[in-house]
Structure formats: structure tokens, C-alpha cells
Design a protein around this ligand. Structure first.
Ligand SMILES: Cc1cc2nc3c(=O)[nH]c(=O)nc-3n(C[C@H](O)[C@H](O)[C@H](O)COP(=O)(O)OP(=O)(O)OC[C@H]3O[C@@H](n4cnc5c(N)ncnc54)[C@H](O)[C@@H]3O)c2cc1C
Length: 430
């Protein structure tokens, strides 16, 4: 076994979360080692970003480069009975204006730009290096990694940041990972050519469509490519019959509005599928370690929240680690505050996600009302404002009350929604 270098902080994973944490810690003067199992550029899902990430990209020094590589996304549109057939939630209408747009971008590009920024910030990066084992040795951490040539190498550090995404390195090794029973879904997705875009300012919108037992995203990417993905219950996927491409095609065609947009569409490249979808680790931090982004938890991507949560949790974690390295006595207190903050953001989102496909929520989203600026609070959430309370939290509580009253007013629809949520919880993955 070879012995590699030692660092203050070892980051596992070179996605958005790992790169953001590494950049910030390097700027704070820490020696950072980042290990990535793949080699950039590589395909990854998670292409629709949120406006609240834009100031973070600026702080990381990559905003301009990313804007040159992405499509400007000014809003998210959802099905509606209005004359357009869709209702746009425009980011210009948030409660606390931060940035009126986000980006739709290939993750190969986003992650490569962030990885290069980490190198520029002085982070030591190693690609094709898969971390397999982790040992905690009192006041240090040691990992064993395997290189592309099959060599096993040991690296040491004073602190470990797990940014390994859905691989959930520490969640698996420490047996902390739990499936989230409320979001039992699976996804199938691909890049397409020939998809009709919205016009004018709406051309860069993410479009969401409801289909039986799930929903579909349509994300315009640069170069005339469109990312389309289906999220559905595991039993729908299990009972699909026939080949994956035929199944995806049938599910997309079943929505008349969507069928119109994909009449001339063709898959470009591979079709991907993701099962065992949503999960959460019981602990997100412990002595000399912390999880960020998908390594800690994953919720359904209906609101395109994943990359923003990975970025924000990584900035929070970087501040925590920098302080804990100098003052170990405050580590536990900082970690409790970290877990509480990330947990609150996920709870805010989860309430909407679980109910999104219910008939009552469909009505509220297709015909939004802005009394007490409640609609603007919902748009703030759609823009990624999950962490702030100011003016948002109480308005979202009002929205929940409106939802409850609407359920009382439409008892049959509410019952069918509750049944839908209950059925989804009972479904299992094979
Ligand atoms: C179907 C689907 C659709 C989605 N759509 C969106 C969307 O539209 N918008 C959005 O914001 N989010 C979306 N997401 C979520 C998004 O993909 C993630 O939330 C985001 O990528 C999390 O970033 P991360 O840095 O935590 O993890 P990742 O981006 O997954 O990065 C983790 C990195 O760690 C590396 N790694 C893993 N294990 C090891 C190891 N043992 N050793 C070394 N390296 C390792 C991986 O190769 C990877 O590069 C979607 C997710 C799914 C499943």
C-alpha cells in the first residue's frame, strides 16, 4: 500500500458540493485534498439550477464562465387550464429579489468548471481515485483509495468532508442511510433533440408535466438539446413491460400537451435510470466528519433543489470545519446547528414535494393567488430560498392553511390525494 499526502481537510467527491467546500477552505488557508472517483468532464444528472445559487457561483468565481455555458432560466412552468396551457412562476417575483434567473446547464460543464476552480484555488485534486475505506484515529482521519491502475493508497487529514453524492460513502460505512418512505420514486431520463421550446422569455423555463403516477421534467440545454426525465412510482417502472425507450416514450406521449412538444424528438446518447431514490442519513456529522449535499440526504428533484442544497450545505460545512479545526470544543455545537439548518430546509421542501401530484395541489399551482404575497413566497421557495425565514416561513404556513381549507372544500379530491400518498409509501423497490 502506498502512502499519499496529508492535509487539513480531505474532501471525498468532486461534484458541486465537494468543489464548493474545497474552494472555500483553500481560500481560508487550509490544505485541502479532494479525491474524485471519475474524471471530468463526465455525465451527471441535475441540470436545472436555481437563482439562489447564482450569488454562490459569483463567490466561487465561476459565475461568468457558467453563464457562457448555460441557457438562461427565468422561471418554472406548471400545467394550467389557462389559455397558454401552463402557468409560469417567474423568478423576478420572489419576496427578496436576489437574481431574476438561473441556468440550465450540462452537468459535465458545470462540474468541470467548479473542479478547475478548486484547482486554481490551490486544492490538491486527484481524479480516478475511489475512496473505499475510512478510519477515524483519535485526532485524525485516514482513508484508503483505489486508483484507476488498481493501486491502493492511504491519505490522512484532520477532517473529512463526505461529498460523495448518492454513493453516500459514510452513510453506507457507518450504516446511517435510511430510505425515505414519503418519496418512493424512480427516474428514467435522456437528452433529446427536436423538442419544441417555449417562446420569448419562457424559452429557458423548466416545464413540469403531470403523468399517471408521477411527473416529467423538460429542461432546455444549449445546442438545441433538451433533457427530459420521468419520475414515477417504483411499481410503474417494475411493471413497464417492453424496453426502456418504448416505456419512456409511452409515458411521455400520454400527456397531450407534452406529446405536442416531443412529436419530432429523438434520443441523443444514453437513456439513464435511477432507482432507490430518496433517502436521508440519521446523522449528518460526527467527530472529525461532516456530510454535504446528496451524501447526507436526497429528496425528489421536482423543484430542482439538489445542486443548490449541495452548494449551500458545503459553504456552511466549510465555515464549520474551519472553526472546528482551531476550536475542537465547539465542534458538536456547530454540528447541531448545521444539522438543524439543513433539516429545516429539507422539511420546507418535502412538504410540497409529497403533495405535489395531489389534485388539490394541482389546483393551487394552476391558479395561484397572491393575497398576503403568498404566491411570491412560493416562488421564493421555487427559486431556492429554503434557508431564510424572513417573510417566507409564515407565508408558506398560510399556503399550508389554504391547502388544508381547499382539501375541506374538495373532499373527494383531497381523499384521492391522501390515497395517492399512502399508496406511494407502500410501494417497494425490487
Ligand atoms: C433523476 C434526478 C434528477 C435531478 N434533477 C436535478 C435538477 O434538475 N436540479 C438539481 O439541482 N438537482 C437535480 N438532481 C439532484 C442533483 O443531481 C444532486 O442533488 C447534486 O448533484 C448533488 O451534488 P453533490 O455534490 O452532493 O453530489 P454529486 O454531484 O453526485 O457529486 C458526488 C461526486 O462524488 C464522486 N464520488 C462518489 N463516491 C466517491 C468515492 N467513494 N470516492 C471518490 N469520489 C466519489 C462522484 O463521482 C461525484 O463526482 C437530480 C437528481 C436525480 C437523481
Amino acid at each position: 500500500m502506498l502512502v499519499g499526502g496529508a492535509a487539513d481537510v480531505l474532501v471525498v467527491g468532486g461534484g458541486p458540493g465537494g468543489c464548493a467546500a474545497a474552494i472555500m477552505l483553500a481560500r481560508m488557508g487550509r490544505r485541502v485534498l479532494l479525491l474524485e472517483k471519475d474524471q471530468h468532464p463526465r455525465f451527471h444528472i441535475g441540470e436545472s439550477l436555481l437563482p439562489m445559487s447564482m450569488p454562490i457561483f459569483a463567490a466561487l468565481g465561476v459565475r461568468e464562465s457558467l453563464e457562457a455555458l448555460g441557457v438562461i432560466k427565468r422561471g418554472a412552468d406548471f400545467p394550467s387550464g389557462n389559455e397558454d396551457g401552463y402557468q409560469v412562476f417567474r423568478f423576478v417575483r420572489t419576496l427578496h429579489p436576489t437574481c431574476p434567473y438561473a441556468l440550465q446547464i450540462r452537468r459535465a460543464d458545470l462540474d468541470q468548471v467548479l473542479f478547475a476552480a478548486a484547482q486554481k484555488a490551490g486544492v490538491t485534486t486527484l481524479e480516478n481515485t475511489l475512496v473505499e475505506e475510512v478510519r477515524f484515529l483519535g485526532d485524525s482521519v485516514e482513508v484508503t483509495a483505489r486508483t484507476a491502475q488498481g493501486e491502493r493508497v492511504r491519505y490522512g487529514a484532520r477532517y473529512l468532508i463526505d461529498a460523495s453524492g448518492r454513493d453516500t460513502l459514510l452513510g453506507r460505512l457507518l450504516q446511517l442511510k435510511q430510505a425515505d418512505r414519503r418519496h418512493r420514486s424512480a427516474a428514467m431520463y435522456a437528452h433529446f433533440s427536436g423538442v419544441t421550446r417555449r417562446s420569448g422569455d419562457d424559452a429557458g423555463n423548466i416545464s413540469i408535466y403531470r403523468v399517471a403516477d408521477g411527473w416529467v421534467w423538460v429542461i432546455p440545454l444549449p445546442g438545441g438539446i433538451t433533457s427530459i426525465g420521468l419520475v414515477c412510482g417504483p411499481s410503474t417502472l417494475r411493471n413497464r413491460g417492453g424496453d426502456n425507450e418504448g416505456f419512456l416514450h409511452r409515458m411521455l406521449q400520454a400527456n397531450a400537451q407534452l406529446a405536442g412538444r416531443i412529436a419530432a424528438a429523438r434520443i441523443v446518447g444514453h437513456l439513464h435510470a435511477t432507482g432507490n431514490y430518496s433517502y436521508r442519513c440519521r446523522e449528518w456529522a460526527g467527530p472529525r466528519w461532516i456530510m454535504v449535499g446528496d451524501a447526507a440526504a436526497f429528496v425528489d428533484p421536482i423543484f430542482s433543489s439538489g445542486v443548490h442544497i449541495a452548494l449551500q450545505s458545503s459553504l456552511d460545512a466549510a465555515t464549520l470545519v474551519d472553526r472546528a479545526l482551531d476550536e475542537s470544543a465547539c465542534e458538536r455545537t456547530l454540528q447541531s446547528a448545521y444539522s438543524a439548518r439543513q433539516g429545516a430546509a429539507l422539511r420546507r421542501l418535502s412538504w410540497f414535494i409529497v403533495r405535489f401530484n395531489t389534485p388539490v395541489m394541482s389546483r393551487l399551482f394552476s391558479n395561484p393567488q397572491n393575497g398576503w404575497r403568498v404566491e411570491e413566497a412560493v416562488i421564493s421557495m421555487l427559486a431556492g430560498d429554503f434557508y431564510r425565514d424572513e417573510g417566507i416561513a409564515w407565508r408558506l404556513s398560510v399556503f399550508k392553511l389554504i391547502y388544508a381549507l381547499a382539501c375541506l372544500g374538495h373532499v373527494r379530491a383531497a381523499f384521492s390525494g391522501a390515497l395517492q400518498i399512502w399508496r406511494r409509501r407502500r410501494q417497494v423497490f425490487e
